[in-house]
Design a protein around this ligand. Sequence first.
Ligand code: 5AD
Ligand code: SF4
Length: 470
Amino acid sequence: MQVLEKEIPIIEPVKTGKKFFLETYGCQMNFSDSEIVASILKKEGYDITSEESSADVILINTCAIRENVEQKTRQRLTEFKALKKERPSLVIGVLGCMAERLKTKLLEEEKLVDMVVGPDAYRSIPGLIEEVDNGQKAINVLLSREETYADISPVRLSENGITAFISITRGCDNMCTFCVVPFTRGRERSRDPQTIVNEAKDLFERGFREVTLLGQNVDSYLWYGGGLKKDFDKATDEQQNSAVNFAKLLELVAQVSPLLRIRFSTSNPQDMTDEVLHMMVKYENICRYIHLPMQSGSTRVLKQMNRGYDREKYLDRIRAIRNIIPGCGVSTDIISGFCTETEDEHKETLSLMEEVAFDYAYMFKYSERPGTLAAKRLTDDVPEDIKSRRLQEIVDLHRKHANESNQNNVGKVYEVLVESSSKKSPNDLFGRSTYNKSIVFPREHYKPGDYVKVKVLYCTSGTLIGEAVK
Ligand code: 5AD
Ligand code: SF4
């Protein structure tokens, strides 16, 4: 039977004449979520604005991971509240992890906002805005076991038109004792791989040249036709045999085009397999860079954190990366002063850093989060000044390693994907190597989206400076 292709008319949304302003804090996942929110609102006829003063709706997509991040959000909300005094019809909404954590508190006790929406409830935003317009306070913080927003084609808010995020899982089942994410983002769910590949294809056709696959723990990605990972054992044989794990997903996305670079974040030492590393070698367009949070160098502290690996296992994964992908860039997350951490255990963190010499690190002081397992069961007993001093030692050591890593790149030639003009000079271009190093070089005739071979001439603390070679 012949199937006739029917042209599907594109239905333009009916404009509401209303504008929304959307501000985002926190991790890449939050930025990716904001693109989903923007897509949902645009479909309902709202226009986006970059000026809060001309907005009818102000949304702030929040992070709850550390207390200081939440404080910044509260400060912004107070500023927005002042705007609402001038324009009472303005709708102010809090989205994301802080909304999920505080629920009705922001509406009722602190009276800072009109609308509170958790990470799994973004489809309900247009309806909630209507409720607010009708004089009610609106809230939806239901967490879901299925929602992956798989069918939503996100509006790209990143400005360069070259790099984009694609979320592949939502939520996290790991229950690290310090972390609020399992409570604010719910159970881990994987998204249908076909929708991920389609999104990557669509981006490539629109001129994008790099996608970053996002998940709280990408190595844990598993698709067998829907359902939670923990129920995989109950799936049929057929479902289990045709399941797609993270390595396979990487392959599917890498095959979209050799000109499309693939990055991913975050990897997890307890789940990262050699299969993933071999897949990275098989496809040159999968970038040679892995973000592998260590959190601590002490096996006892890692146990207290419920990280699911010890110091030796972490080192084993680093050795595997270095053996299978020589030269692979590695970055990490480190927490200083976790509950009961001794001076010797802190020194173990420094010595693990010495053994690995990370190219890049995100370093934090431990911040107790209400409701987490650590808040319930452990004592936040490392004094603030000691946490700060330990953090400073970690930062200083990392600076030394990052500098050495950058110096190592001087004199070498790297293929750079050009992303944009350099922030400092319109005569220069900015891009990154496969190892995720930022490189700036004179523009000549090159443009964003080009792959250019660049020789590194020297480096500043965070950037390599070079010139194109023929
Ligand atoms: N205190 C300090 N840092 C934290 N992180 C997560 N929760 C906390 C907390 N309560 C850090 C971890 C994680 C990164 C995203 O944030 O290092 O990997
Ligand atoms: Fe939080 Fe641990 Fe999940 Fe990362 S893996 S989001 S640190 S619970």
